[in-house]
Write a protein that binds this ligand. Structure first.
Ligand code: C2O
Ligand code: CU
Length: 578
C-alpha cells in the first residue's frame, strides 16, 4: 500500500470508529440493544485496524503519523478503556453504557478533527484543546442522560477547564510567526547596451475564440496565449509591460528562468503590481537555453487561468529542423491550443516543447515515432534513451522537450487523449501506455555536493487558519498558511536541502523561484537517472521529495504550490537570503 492510500484508509477507519461509538451510544440511549452492540463492535474492529494504519504511517515518516500517535492513539485508548469493560458488564438494559459509548465517540471525533483541521505538526496546545472539547461534550451528555455524582462531575469540570485554559494559552504563546518583510523599496536594474531583444506586452480584458466559441479572457496583446518571446543565449531580453485595464494589477514572472530577484515579478515581494495605466520594464540576460513560460503573478490564480501567460524560448544558437511549442491550457473550460496539423518530411529532426500552464497534471503521449526526452524544465538530460509507446506526466508549470526524427508515417501528440499536434491521421489508443519515471531515465552523474549547509522540511497539508480576520480552511505548510509561514533563511553560497512531504489528499506541484533544484530522492528511492534539475515537480499524496540547490541568486524568492488556487489559499512561502 502506498502512503497516499494508507492516509485515505486511516481516515476512513477513523470515521468508522467515531460513527460506531457515537451510533452505539445513541442506540444504547434508545434501548436498541442489538444495534448498540453491533455498532460498538464495528468501532472496536475499526480501532484495531487503525492501530495497523497508524503504525504503517509512522514507519513511512513521522510527519504522516505525529498527531495520530500523540493525540488520536491516547484518546482512542481512553475510549476503549472507558466503553469496553462497561459494555461487557452491562446486562439487559444498555442505557447505563450510553454515556461511556458517547464519550468514546467524542474522543475519536476530537482526534479526527485534529487531523482534519490542524494536521502537522501536533502540538500540546492542540492536544489539550481536543481534550477540553471531548470533556465538554461528554459532560453535557452526562447531564442529560445520567445523574452524575457531585465529586465525579466536579473532577470532570476541573480537567476540562484546565485543558481549555492551558491549550489556549499555549496556542497564543506560540502564535507569533516572523512575518516576511513585504512592500519594501524595490531595487531597479540598471540598463546596459548589449544586444537586446525588445518586446512590448499589453495586458487587457479581451474576447478570444476557443474551439469556435467567443469567451471572456485576460490577454497579453489581445491573444491567448500571449506572444511567444524568443531569444538566443547571450541576448538581453527587455520586455515592457503595460496594463490597460486589468483592475487587480499585472506582473510578469519568468517561470523557471533564474532572473535577478528584482525582475522576478512577484507583487509585494519584488515589485508593486502594475495597475491600469501603469507600466514596468523587465530586463535580464538570457543565459539559460530551454523552454520556459511567463505569466502574471498578481492574483495569479485568476490571472493565469484567464489567459495572462505565454511562451519564452531561449535557443542556444541557430537551429535546424522543426521546433514547435505546445503550451497546454484550459480557458473557460475549453482546451488550448487547437489541434494543429503539419506536413513534415521524413528525416526532419523535430523538437516538441511541451508546456503545462494549467493547475493540474497533464498526460502527454507521442504516437507514431520513437522519441527522447531531451530536456525537462529547460535543463538538458544526460544520455536520454529512445522511448516508444510511453506517456509522460507533466506537472503544473513544468516543461518537457521531446525530440525525434520524423518518420515517413504520421505522428501525433495526445494530451489527455486529445490530439494537439499531428503530421497526419493517427489512430492509436495511448491510454494504456506506461508512464515515464524521470527519476530513472538517462545516465546518472554524482551529486555535486557532499554535505548540506541548511536543511528544511516542508510538510504540505490542509488546516484551519485562524490568524486572519475570518477563519479559512487553508492549504498549509508546516501547519501555517501564507503570510504566516516563516521564511527559510539561507546565506549566499549555502548548499540547501529541502525535504517536501505531502500528507494531504491532493497533488501539490512544487515550484521554487530563482533556482533549479536537483532531485535527490522520492519517497526514500534515490534518483538514479540523469541529474534532474527541476523548477516544477508533483509531490503526490504520501510522497516525500528530497531536493537540493546552491543558494547563488540572492533575494527574496517565492516558494509555492503551482496549483495556483492552493498558492492563493495559503500554500506560499519564501526563501530569503540573510
Ligand atoms: Cu509560475 Cu510563482 O510561479
Ligand atoms: Cu497544492
Amino acid at each position: 500500500m502506498t502512503t497516499g492510500s494508507l492516509l485515505v484508509a486511516d481516515l476512513v477507519l477513523a470515521v468508522l470508529t467515531a460513527a460506531g461509538w457515537l451510533g452505539g451510544g445513541a442506540a444504547a440511549a434508545a434501548r436498541r440493544r442489538p444495534l448498540a452492540l453491533g455498532l460498538a463492535a464495528v468501532a472496536l474492529l475499526a480501532t484495531l485496524g487503525r492501530a495497523l494504519t497508524v503504525i504503517a504511517l509512522a514507519r513511512a515518516g513521522w510527519w504522516f503519523a505525529a498527531e495520530k500517535v500523540l493525540i488520536a492513539a491516547p484518546l482512542s485508548l481512553a475510549a476503549v478503556v472507558v466503553a469496553g469493560p462497561r459494555l461487557l458488564r452491562a446486562a439487559g438494559d444498555l442505557r447505563s453504557v450510553a454515556v461511556p459509548l458517547l464519550f468514546a465517540g467524542y474522543a475519536v471525533s476530537g482526534a479526527l478533527l485534529v487531523t482534519i483541521l490542524h494536521g502537522y505538526p501536533a502540538s500540546a496546545s492542540v492536544g489539550l484543546l481536543a481534550v477540553a472539547g471531548v470533556g465538554t461534550a461528554a459532560a453535557v451528555s452526562w447531564r442529560f442522560l445520567a445523574r452524575p455524582s457531585r465529586t465525579v462531575s466536579r473532577a470532570a469540570t476541573v480537567v476540562t477547564v484546565a485543558a481549555l485554559l492551558a491549550g489556549t494559552g499555549l496556542a497564543v504563546a506560540t502564535d507569533a510567526a516572523p512575518a516576511v518583510p513585504h512592500d519594501h523599496g524595490y531595487p531597479q536594474l540598471r540598463t546596459t547596451d548589449e544586444p537586446t531583444r525588445r518586446f512590448t506586452l499589453t495586458a487587457g480584458t479581451a474576447r478570444v475564440n476557443v474551439g469556435g466559441r467567443d469567451v471572456a479572457a485576460w490577454a497579453f496583446n489581445a491573444q491567448v496565449p500571449g506572444p511567444e518571446l524568443t531569444a538566443t543565449v547571450g541576448d538581453v531580453v527587455e520586455v515592457t509591460l503595460h496594463n490597460r485595464d486589468i483592475g487587480r494589477g499585472v506582473t510578469l514572472h519568468w517561470h523557471g528562468y533564474d532572473v535577478p530577484n528584482s525582475q522576478d515579478g512577484v507583487p509585494g515581494v519584488t515589485q508593486a503590481a502594475v495597475l491600469p495605466g501603469q507600466e514596468f520594464v523587465y530586463r535580464f540576460r538570457a543565459d539559460q537555453a530551454g523552454t520556459y513560460w511567463y505569466h502574471t503573478h498578481a492574483v495569479s490564480d485568476v490571472g493565469v487561468r484567464m489567459g495572462l501567460y505565454g511562451v519564452l524560448v531561449v535557443r542556444p544558437g541557430p537551429t535546424t529542423g522543426l521546433d514547435v511549442t505546445v503550451p497546454v491550457h484550459t480557458l473557460a473550460g475549453r482546451p488550448l491550443p487547437p489541434a494543429r496539423v503539419e506536413r513534415v518530411e521524413a528525416g526532419v529532426p523535430v523538437r516538441l516543447r511541451l508546456i503545462n500552464t494549467d493547475n493540474t497534471t497533464h498526460r502527454y503521449a507521442l504516437a507514431g515515432a520513437a522519441f527522447r526526452v531531451a530536456a525537462i524544465d529547460g535543463s538538458d538530460l544526460r544520455g536520454p534513451t529512445p522511448l516508444a509507446d510511453t506517456a509522460v506526466l507533466i506537472p503544473a508549470g513544468g516543461r518537457y522537450d521531446l525530440v525525434f526524427t520524423a518518420p515517413a508515417s504520421p505522428v501525433a501528440l495526445f494530451v489527455d487523449g486529445r490530439v494537439v499536434y499531428s503530421t497526419g491521421e493517427v489512430s492509436t489508443a495511448t491510454g494504456g501506455w506506461p508512464v515515464l519515471d524521470p527519476l530513472t531515465y538517462g545516465v546518472p552523474a554524482p551529486v555535486p555536493w557532499a554535505r548540506f549547509d541548511r536543511k528544511f522540511t516542508l510538510v504540505l497539508d490542509r488546516g484551519l487558519d485562524l490568524r486572519g480576520l475570518l477563519p479559512r480552511y487553508a492549504h498549509t505548510v508546516n501547519g501555517a498558511a501564507d503570510p504566516d509561514i516563516p521564511p527559510q533563511v539561507v546565506r549566499r553560497g549555502d548548499v540547501v536541502r529541502f525535504t517536501i512531504v505531502n500528507r494531504s489528499q491532493t497533488v501539490h506541484p512544487w515550484h521554487l523561484h530563482g533556482h533549479h533544484v536537483l532531485v535527490l530522492s522520492r519517497t526514500r528511492k534515490a534518483a538514479i537517472g540523469s541529474p534532474l534539475w527541476l523548477d516544477s515537480f508533483d509531490v503526490r499524496p504520501g510522497e516525500v521529495w528530497e531536493v537540493a540547490f546552491r543558494a547563488d541568486n540572492p533575494g527574496m524568492w517565492a516558494n509555492h504550490c503551482h496549483n495556483l488556487g492552493h498558492a492563493d489559499a495559503g500554500m506560499t512561502l519564501h526563501l530569503m537570503y540573510s
